[in-house]
Design a protein around this ligand. Structure first.
Ligand SMILES: [Zn+2]
Length: 419
């Protein structure tokens, strides 16, 4: 369909540029753009080359995030964010899809508004989203949102024994000042992020695009059942205090808890037994339980149900149970109006949309926690896989996501202008 104002957007160029970046910063094992490495710096240099000719202000903030700013009539800013860093041997699209598509959207907006859009538009390349080297993800965006735990981050060490503050110093960042990056959010009025889904939901629905409702909250615990070791031959079944039996019942129950919660998920990711020999009843069994939900009360209910079940199973088996919290994060729901715009943009692009939560965390969750209205758009992942060189998305879907995301950007700009 030809519309009255034909757009200068060129989604095919985005796909070509993604391939160019893959050739420049990947090898036979996948993408190698690990944050704070030479390949990462090369990728960032490449990105700066891509915007040459656009009237942008470019600078790095105190946490190493790169900001590309197209000044508009209003100081109020629409932010488009992503990350060019990858895990080692990563996929070709995770993170960089957004920054490369973001460049195409900046080009379109610049052309359409002759260098002066109604509101300011800023593309941000967050530093070290993946946390591949220091085991702590969302570094740049959590410094900017103010959520970064400075004491914890100060002590982080990589495999070579290098401390995070020293690694940062190497690339010109003063660790003690990283939270100064928060000043960047001063005029931020909305935040958009395009990402591959990294899961199989859109693939199974045979849909290219989805509007993301928010990122899951997480409750992560270790549960230990304490029974009694006993000879596997001489101990009758009814006399055992079998710690593993209670843990096994928890495994089944975790599926029921998830089912009752609607969209929540539960994972028992590890199980260790003591004494752990073939001739003894299990004395002690430690399992880890990871529970996730988009809704805080629903997540709390899942946790409560798991605790109650563990006590029931412990009592039934004449064993004891103890709980230890390993980690938790609150759900980060996205902005209702922006979710609606995202839905509309997807329907205008493809005819059909779907709303889904995000299991993984993203930079958007950090921005949302700073009180800025945010939303994400997902594009289907083939194989439902990422953080792997086989990560892939149909080229037709990649082009479609650039078109859909651009429509979302336009809708959001008018929304920001009216505020
Ligand atoms: Zn990512």
């Amino acid at each position: 369909m030809i519309t009255a104002m034909s757009s200068s957007l060129n989604p095919k160029r985005t796909v070509a540029e993604l391939k160019e970046l893959r050739a420049l910063t990947g090898n036979e094992n996948g993408a190698q753009r690990v944050a704070f490495t030479d390949t990462w710096l090369k990728a960032r240099g490449w990105l700066r080359q891509k915007v040459v000719g656009l009237p942008l202000e470019i600078h790095e903030d105190a946490a190493g995030n790169t900001w590309f700013t197209l000044r508009g009539a209003s100081e109020k800013a629409l932010l488009i964010g992503g990350h060019i860093d990858s895990v080692p041997n990563g996929g070709w699209l995770d993170g960089c899809l957004n920054v490369v598509a973001g460049v195409e959207i900046l080009r379109r907006i610049n052309t359409q508004y002759h260098g002066k859009p109604p509101v300011t538009v800023r593309l941000v390349d967050w530093a070290d989203e993946e946390g591949a080297r220091f085991g702590k993800s969302l570094f740049g965006s959590s410094a900017c949102s103010g959520n970064l735990d400075m004491n914890e981050a100060r002590g982080l060490v990589d495999k070579a024994g290098i401390k995070l503050p020293d690694a940062l110093k190497n690339v010109g960042i003063d660790f003690e000042r990283v939270k100064d990056s928060g000043v960047e959010l001063k005029n931020a009025a909305a935040y958009l992020e395009l990402h591959i889904e990294q899961g199989p939901v859109l693939l199974d629905l045979d849909l290219p695009l989805g509007a993301v409702l928010g990122t899951f909250g997480v409750e992560r615990h270790a549960i230990t059942f304490h029974g009694q070791a006993a000879h596997s031959g001489s101990t009758p079944m009814n006399r055992r205090k079998d710690a593993f039996l209670a843990a096994a019942k928890m495994s089944l129950e975790s599926y029921r808890i998830a089912e009752r919660s609607g969209i929540g998920v539960c994972t028992i990711g590890s199980c260790t037994t003591r004494p752990g020999i073939v001739t003894s009843v299990v004395e002690e069994c430690r399992i880890t339980l990871d529970q996730r939900h988009l809704d805080a009360p629903a997540l709390a209910k899942m946790l409560h149900e798991a605790k109650a079940a563990s006590e029931t199973f412990a009592k039934e088996g004449n064993v004891k149970v103890s709980w230890e919290r390993l980690w938790q994060i609150a759900p980060r729901p996205f902005n209702e109006e922006l979710i609606q715009f995202c839905d509309d943009a997807i329907r205008e692009t493809y005819g059909k949309s779907h709303r889904l939560p995000s299991g993984p965390l993203h930079d958007a969750a950090e921005v949302a926690s700073a009180g800025i209205p945010a939303v994400m758009m997902f594009v289907q992942s083939l194989h439902g896989i990422s953080h792997n060189k086989i990560e892939d998305t149909n080229e037709e879907h990649l082009e479609m996501c650039v078109t859909g995301f651009d429509k979302l950007a336009e809708k959001t700009m008018s929304w920001v202008r009216k505020q």
